[in-house]
Ligand binder design. Structure first.
Ligand SMILES: [Zn+2]
Length: 337
């Protein structure tokens, strides 16, 4: 008996060791994400009506995710270590003022929805689908998994973005610059910083579950990807792209909707905003975007937003404007150094 429990202990310890290989701790990812947030802050929409609305959509998602977590449902990474922080009040969804069509999470307590994406949503369902997808990256710890270095690279870029106003202080800076032997590689790493194909598929899978349980229309989950296809964003063949095609994501969304249990009909709820209010909020975002001061620090935040990976919304590995923004940030970072 004693031998058995000792053996179990050894097994448990080795399993933990395996799980933690190449995996940044939650604390580290949360801290680095906070640091990056400091550089993006200028572009964050502070308007209370808009900010509260997005947070309300996000909180509905988190509420259902917390229930699924309590029921033991989710990828194994979710249960690898304490996950209660993911459902805490610190979790923030931000509208960021940018003409780039994107949504992203740095994996800690911050998720970003670009105003351009918001304005492209035909309904709250589309917005909620993207919000749920971003939260699912956090739920599945996709950033922790191998993103240790990638987030550090992002922190370097963030250092470039603030140009003068130090983000992480000198020590952090030196640490960042040492990664992989320099900024040249940092530039390359920025390009590869998006989530993997598996991560995106998993974020769709769990995002869908949060989304339907939170009351939005199961048939609408793939609508945003469909409108991206209509806009011509699905040009990269699946074979050369590291990301699922938008077409396959739309098809998967239909499959998930078809597989829902009968009780899913009871999950439907009114959206947070009616269709009319949703359009008003979009108009408000346009207005607020126009009135946001156009100083240099805002420009730098925007450039960093432009440089972030777009793997959540497009299978195209890198856009021209994205590469240009990344190169410029790396240049700024090296000048700062
Ligand atoms: Zn994603």
């Amino acid at each position: 008996m004693r031998l058995k429990s000792a053996l179990r202990m050894v097994l448990a310890v080795s399993l933990l060791a395996v799980l933690s290989v190449g995996c940044a701790s939650d604390r580290k990812v949360i801290d680095q994400a906070d640091q990056v947030h400091g550089s993006l802050e200028k572009a964050v929409i502070k308007d209370e009506v808009l900010a509260n609305y997005l947070q309300e959509v996000g909180d509905r998602i988190i509420e259902q995710a917390a229930k699924m977590s309590a029921d033991g449902k989710g990828p194994s990474k979710h249960f690898a270590t304490d996950n209660t922080w993911m459902f805490g009040e610190e979790m923030r969804f931000h509208f960021v003022n940018s003409k780039t069509l994107n949504a992203f999470t740095t994996g800690g307590e911050h998720m970003y929805i670009y105003t351009e994406l918001f304005l492209n949503c035909k309904s709250e369902d589309e917005l909620a689908a993207v919000v749920a997808h971003e939260f699912a990256h956090i739920y599945g710890r996709h950033v922790q998994k191998g993103m240790d270095n990638r987030l550090k690279v992002l922190a370097i870029a963030a250092g470039g973005a603030v140009a003068g106003a130090a983000v992480g202080g000198k020590d952090n800076w030196a640490e960042g610059a040492a990664i992989g032997g320099g900024l040249g590689l940092a530039g390359g790493s920025l390009l590869n910083m998006g989530f993997t194909r598996q991560d995106e598929a998993e974020a769709d899978k769990y995002g869908f579950r949060f989304y339907v349980r939170a009351g939005w229309d199961p048939e609408r989950f793939g609508d945003f990807f469909q409108s991206m296809i209509d806009k011509g964003y699905d040009k990269t063949p699946a074979i050369v792209s590291d990301h699922p095609t938008l077409r396959s994501r739309v098809e998967k969304a239909r499959e998930y909707a078809a597989e829902l249990p009968p009780e899913a009909a009871d999950w439907r709820r009114e959206p947070v905003a009616s269709a009319a209010r949703f359009r008003d909020l979009q108009a408000r975002a346009v207005q607020v975007g126009k009135n946001t001061p156009n100083d240099r620090s805002l420009e730098n935040s925007r450039e960093l937003l432009q440089a972030l990976p777009r793997s959540c919304v497009s299978p195209i590995p890198a856009f021209e404007d994205q590469v240009a923004a990344q190169q410029d940030l790396v240049k700024k970072a090296s000048e700062k150094k």
